[in-house]
Ligand binder design. Structure first.
Ligand SMILES: Cc1cc2nc3c(=O)[nH]c(=O)nc-3n(C[C@H](O)[C@H](O)[C@H](O)COP(=O)(O)O)c2cc1C
Ligand SMILES: O=C(O)C(=O)c1ccccc1
Length: 383
């Protein structure tokens, strides 16, 4: 049905050929001039890799443990809404592919399959007892009862972490959708996690409330209402990262929403060193935005991310070939990552250190935390 896909970009091309252009715009689009959308990918292209040689990296391992859960690769499926738009099985197909690959999937609050069903699909696709962790993303809701009900649904489904998206006090990313008149899910699809939580508005794209009313107090409240690890998605300012730690947040998903919220914010990769310095090892940082290659993963991990997330590539792969498409995508990225490790002389993710990346020209490793040349003596010198 589908041809060989050699790169993430092949999935995008195939998906574009297959999808309604309105849905292509929904997926590809970003806020306003889409400056941040472009900047995310460009930041990875700009950074250079400086590999080590002769490090005996015949056996390589890219497994990662996050909040006690193990994944076969440090690439998470970032939360994306509306998978049924591109595949009839929607998030269930995505979850089967993620589970088969041993990848952590973050189920969107705006999923078109209920989180309990997504979890069941993941369990069914994994080796017995081997289902990789499933996390749940949510937007705080003005009615605290709705927020709590969502948390309970995620817990009951067996999700092992909550990801609270805090970059959406209002919904961004509107212009392409407005131009296209894309405001509603088509008939037969709806945000299944919200069903029965409130009346009316079902199937409407805005049935999820986004509100600028929230403050750190609400994060504290959520923190107290669950034992699950809580991550914040969309913290960009280092001062907010410090506040997150102070409010008992367990991790950050450093994200600019794929350039879909505030336009002209910096690419996430460029913010990573500052945020790593701000949290100072107290909580892990996952980064998303613009990851398209194994070398992109290497760069993010070298600069201190524990793992990365992918958003659009998952949508493209699901559109291209359903469950199998997402499986192929994850296999392809795993393969690229493994190759990049080998070429960098790394045997594992711990070998990915800041000295492996450089800014062009005369640069040393980027970011304020890194002293030029500081890592060159790692593992002992020859003298
Ligand atoms: C079609 C689409 C839907 C998204 N839906 C959500 C969502 O429901 N919740 C959320 O927190 N982020 C959402 N995001 C943002 C992603 O989680 C992620 O931050 C972003 O896509 C990463 O950038 P990338 O697409 O370059 O990989 C969405 C992104 C896209 C492209
Ligand atoms: O499109 C998005 O980026 C997004 O986050 C979203 C959230 C809820 C419903 C639809 C899309």
């Amino acid at each position: 049905m589908s041809g060989v896909r050699f790169t993430v970009y092949d999935f995008e091309e195939a998906a574009r050929a297959r999808l309604d252009p309105v849905h292509v715009d929904f997926i590809a689009g970003g806020a306003r001039d889409e400056i941040t959308v472009r900047a995310n990918e460009a930041a990875f292209a700009r950074l250079q890799l400086l590999p080590r040689v002769l490090r005996g990296s015949f056996e390589r391992d890219v497994c990662v443990t996050l909040f006690g859960g193990r994944a076969s690769l440090p690439i998470l499926l970032s939360p994306t809404a509306f998978h049924k738009l591109v595949d009839p099985e929607g998030e269930a197909a995505t979850a089967r592919a993620a589970a088969a690959a041993g990848a952590i999937m973050i189920v969107s609050m705006a999923s078109t399959v209920a989180v309990g069903e997504v979890a069941a699909a993941a369990r069914a696709a994994a080796e017995p007892g081997q289902a990789p962790p499933l996390w749940f993303q949510l937007y705080l809701q003005p009615d605290p009862g709705i927020t709590e009900a969502l948390v309970r649904r995620a817990e009951e489904a067996g999700c092992t972490a909550l990801v609270v998206t805090v970059d959406s006090p209002v919904l961004g990313a509107g212009e392409r959708n407005r131009r296209n008149g894309f405001h509603d899910l088509p008939p037969g699809m709806r945000c299944e996690n919200l069903v029965d939580l409130r009346d009316g508005e079902r199937g409407h794209i805005r049935q999820i409330a986004m509100s600028p009313e929230f403050s750190w107090e609400h994060v504290g409240r959520l923190r107290r209402c669950t034992d699950l690890p809580v991550l914040l998605k969309g913290v960009l300012h280092p001062e907010d990262a410090r506040l997150a730690v102070r409010h008992g947040v367990d991790g950050l998903l450093l994200s600019n929403h794929g350039g879909r919220q505030l336009d002209t914010v910096p690419p996430t990769l460029e913010l990573l060193p500052e945020l790593v310095a701000a949290v100072a090892g107290r909580i892990p940082i996952v980064l998303d935005g613009g990851i398209r290659r194994g070398t992109d993963v290497v760069k993010a991990l070298a600069l201190g991310a524990i793992a990365v997330g992918i958003g659009r590539p998952v949508m493209w792969a699901l559109a291209e070939g359903g469950e199998k498409g997402v499986r192929r995508l994850l296999h392809l990225l795993w393969d690229e990552l493994d190759e990049a490790l080998a070429l960098c002389g790394a045997s594992g993710l711990a070998d990915l250190t800041p000295d492996l990346v450089r800014v062009p020209g005369w640069g040393s490793a980027p970011g304020p935390t890194v002293t030029p040349g500081a890592d060159t003596r790692r593992g002992g010198g020859i003298g």
